[in-house]
Design a protein. Sequence first.
Length: 256
Amino acid sequence: MSIRLLSPIRFSVAQIFSALVVLAVLCSCASPTAHAQRSVSKRFPAGKNVRVELKNISGTITVESWNRNEIKITASLEAPTANVTPKLMGECVSIDVMGDNRGRGDVGDVNFKIQLPQDSSVDIETRRGNITVSNIRGGLVRAHITSEGDITLSGISASQVLAQNTIGDIFFDGDFSRGGTYQFQSTKGNISVRIPSDSAFRLVAQAPTKKIALNEFWNNGFKNLGDGRKFVGDVGDGRSSVMVTTFQGSITFLRR
């Protein structure tokens, strides 16, 4: 019986390259989690007068109250993932994304959701991204965007509120406390303030010509300075101080 030896199968360089490409595609499809977002979640006990400080680089930030005596911080990290290390220092929870990633170059967006008691104070700062704060009545609400992003503050009863951005709109819906201070400033954006009809405050408002609408809060005691670019006056007994400034946008007061 004769034995026939099979000749070896020969592959061209092009065939080998094509096979490698297909294998790489199959491997990437088989590992969908390799490109998934990373998530970080932390909880801290919260006493009275707790304060949350956040310095982000980019990403959306949402802060809202809840009926628990704790603070929950959830962060969704996009690649390249940043270092996020919330710290509890006394009555203050601090998240410093800027400091924790100094010298690293570019990092991906970090999108925060923070839940905390109503009586907390909030100090939020980021370079880019929208900030939303809801139903907070602590001593301070501060939202500062150094580059671009909208600021929305709703259900706010804090005694000190500061909202500032470079490009983007600012919306405030809340109350002015007696003796409180409120500052809203945008370089290029519209500012809207919605407050109860019986609010009492001293107002300094400055915007481009004829872009200030006080509506129901207008009275004959207001002084018009700079050909409609600035209004100064009291509403009621002027028990709180309000300063609103936009360099390329409008200012609108609305009655709630």
